[in-house]
Design a protein around this ligand. Structure first.
Ligand code: FES
Length: 578
């Protein structure tokens, strides 16, 4: 049997002849980015290989043209003989958007520290003298330990339940997380002072199993242990992020509460619930209301006596992320007809007509605008091209995150580049490159590629991905407006959320046709409002009730079977004419 040495491991592993490298890598607990879950579409599963492999097929040749011969796609290359494989550095931290400036709320967390009364001369069991529910058998054991400890005892109380007993004044901490399909973000708070202690963000490691919710659900369908694999890689990453924010002076045992926002699929997986029902009609979630789980039972990396709150969603595809976002911006204060759009792999859109009249929907935008499924696409990591303009001589000017040499292009850079090329005529309205676009422009067109730099280019397929994403978004917007009997002219404000949203140039969103080109009004970027919503729910217990009410009043419009959506989608594929 051939042996494979993965990432310089001392112990080579065995692989069956004909097994794909991706299967071998996963089977042995390693990771490689594989956004399309091995379908040969995303081109992200590149590895460096020495040894005997099957020859590259057409799909590989297309993705790897111009690359050295020892770079292969792990999902296409099959083991023939002994190999050494080097995996790419894909698990770097992403550069997330600053959290949105959200409303402020009073500090009134569900989690509190209380001073427990001293022992009194009584034969009544001490636990029964306390005004709290005690359901965990570990708590009475801690009560017994009171006798051994002369320090003042403090209770960590969640609602009316005594979760834990402490004999010191170590801080009472809570973590808020946003579980995005592509990105994870975490905020840490001191729940006694309300002080924000730090944040962390990272790639959602589930992207190795598929770039969007449908491929993840398919993974859960095809693998008996799919949900637990996706859940454990997610929890493993949250553990790293929490440790990073806690630093050396704090520890996980001090964190007794975590609140999580995310789309409905992500929250099902977080709860260990198979999301299969979300992918087949009638698209029925297993739960939507807030769910409270015991930390040790669900394996989250906080005190084993702590609690995890999964925030409420409105439907299978209008999730807790947008409910959290609307709460964070305080949708009740929006004046006039307002459109709230959370741009991400799953685009979610809500039309706010009045505080009690909200119409919501979602559309599959795909991961292109997050820099994935694009030849030279990358997430917002240091070195990613994040803005592009054309100067007077039609030469591209770009910036990169951290002012580093360009390694790829992230979502905001991609929107800028496509908008500039559409405006200058390099890309025709149909999306095709125009070889007669004029001096200064054609020089960078080689074959079906436009070269922004020597190593960062855009090809015809990439442009198609942008067209599909923007068409899904604008079609969702137009369908929602027509369902409400309204026109673009009646919109008074567009609010764009999502970690991607913060970096965008609003005019370019209109230029590529993602937002209505004729819309003249205000466009506001609010960053990661989903994380803000999760943070608010951690700090003030009333927010959870507010979210539950909001989730119950959003009227959800399913677009999958909506005839106007399909019609809009086809008619919106082209870019607006210059
Ligand atoms: S091309 Fe290999 S996982 Fe997408």
């Amino acid at each position: 049997m051939p042996t494979v040495c993965l990432n310089g491991c001392d112990l080579p592993v065995e692989a069956a002849q004909g097994e794909t490298l991706l299967s071998c890598i996963r089977r042995n607990g390693f990771k490689v980015e594989s956004t399309c879950d091995g379908q040969g579409v995303c081109g992200k599963c590149r590895v460096i290989v020495h040894g005997e492999l099957s020859p590259p097929d057409e799909v590989e040749l297309e993705h790897l043209s111009g690359q050295p011969g020892n770079i292969r796609l792990a999902c296409r290359a099959k083991v023939v003989g002994d190999l050494t494989v080097t995996l790419g550095e894909t698990w770097t931290q992403i550069h997330s958007a600053p959290e949105s400036k959200c409303r402020t709320v009073a500090l009134d967390s569900l989690l509190k520290r209380v001073t427990l009364p001293d022992e009194v001369e009584s034969q009544r069991p001490y636990a029964e003298t306390l005004p709290f529910k005690i359901s965990d058998p570990r708590v009475p054991a801690k009560i017994a330990a009171r006798g051994e400890n002369s320090n003042q005892a403090f209770g960590i109380v969640f609602g009316n339940e005594l979760l834990d007993i402490r004999f010191d004044r170590t801080p009472v901490l809570g973590a808020a997380v946003d579980i995005g399909t592509t990105s994870l973000s975490l905020n840490l708070f001191d729940l006694e002072s309300g002080e924000f202690l730090g944040s962390s963000s990272a790639l959602n490691p589930q992207t190795a199993y598929g770039g969007d919710v449908i491929t993840r659900i398919n993974y859960c369908r095809e693998k008996a242990e799919g949900v637990s694999i996706l859940r454990s890689v997610l929890i493993g990453q949250l553990e790293l992020m929490l440790d990073e924010v806690l630093g050396k002076d704090r520890n996980r045992d001090q964190v007794h509460l975590m609140s999580a926002a995310g789309n409905t699929t992500m929250l099902h997986i977080m709860a260990g619930v198979n999301p299969l029902s979300l992918a087949r009609a009638p698209f029925r979630p297993v739960f939507l209301k807030p769910v409270i789980l015991e930390a040790d039972r669900c394996g989250i990396p906080i005190s084993p006596l702590g609690r995890l709150i999964l925030l409420p969603g409105a439907s299978a595809y209008v999730g807790a992320d947008i409910v959290g976002g609307l709460t964070a911006i305080d949708y009740r204060t929006c004046s006039g007809c307002t459109l709230f759009i959370d741009i991400g792999t799953n685009g979610e859109i809500v039309l706010i007509e009045a505080p009690d009249r909200l119409l919501g929907t979602s559309c599959a935008m795909g991961p292109a605008l997050e820099g994935m499924n694009i030849s030279c696409g990358c997430r917002a990591v240091p070195g990613a091209v994040n803005s592009v303009t054309l100067d007077a001589g039609m030469l591209p000017r770009y910036t990169t995150i951290g002012d580093l040499p360009p390694i790829g292009i992230c979502g905001s850079g991609l929107v800028d580049l496509v908008a500039a090329l559409v405006t200058s005529g390099v890309i025709a309205s149909s999306g095709a490159f125009n070889p007669d676009c004029g001096r200064g422009l054609t020089e960078r067109l080689r074959g079906d590629r436009y070269y922004l730099t020597d190593n960062v280019f855009l090809n015809q397929r990439d442009i198609r991905q942008v067209q599909l994403a923007k068409s899904a978004a604008i079609s969702g917007i137009l369908t929602l407006l027509s369902e409400a009997g309204r026109s673009v002219a009646e919109l008074e404000h567009i609010i764009v959320a999502g970690s991607f949203g913060y970096h965008l140039n609003p005019e370019n969103l209109k230029r590529i046709g993602l937002l209505p080109e004729e819309y003249p009004g205000r466009i506001t970027f609010v960053g990661n409002s989903s994380l803000s919503g999760a943070s608010l729910a951690l700090i003030n217990q009333g927010i959870l009730r507010e979210m539950e009410h909001l989730a119950s009043i959003i009227q959800v419009q399913e677009l999958g079977s909506h005839p106007a959506f399909s019609k809009n989608f086809l008619s919106q594929l082209n870019f607006p004419n210059s």
